[in-house]
Design a protein. Structure first.
Length: 146
């Protein structure tokens, strides 16, 4: 960040404050990303949503790892930022793994629409939801291309 001064795109991370791990962003890193008007994509990978999750040993359903856990990370970033302009989806659902490694209430990528209801139930406006689903990413892309 000291060397590169351009827009920041963190494609699929979550918040270290909620789930410790080297790949998760610390609040300090999140604040730097926010200062640059960047966006972080919330990942749906279960090990990034539950402390100590172990593939092959733990079950998302047994541990209660659902889509709400992703929104917990969104909420944290929005609270740090004071707005909803720095978070989006970075699903990490590229076909490398299946439902054993995703929130139990997600069967296919089509279930991403379930986030609309979850976000609305937490008080996110239609504009906030549109930003999270697409407009935040578009803003960073447009800024990078200019």
């Amino acid at each position: 960040m000291d060397i590169y001064k351009g827009p920041v795109w963190a494609s699929h991370q979550n918040c270290r404050t909620l789930v410790p791990g080297e790949r998760q962003f610390s609040d300090e890193q999140l604040k730097l990303m926010i200062e640059r008007d960047g966006v972080m994509g919330g990942a749906l990978d279960t090990w990034m949503l539950y402390p100590g999750f172990e593939m092959g040993k733990n079950s998302p359903a047994t541990l209660g790892i659902n889509l709400e856990k992703v929104v917990d990370h969104f909420d944290h970033i929005c609270q740090l930022a004071g707005d909803c302009l720095h978070v989006g989806f970075g699903t990490d659902l590229d076909g490398f793994f299946g439902t054993e490694q995703t929130p139990y209430d997600m069967d296919t990528i089509a279930d991403i629409v379930k986030f609309e209801r979850i976000l609305a139930s937490r008080g996110y406006t239609v504009e906030n939801i549109r930003n999270i689903f697409s407009d935040n990413w578009l803003r960073v892309i447009e800024k990078a291309w200019t």
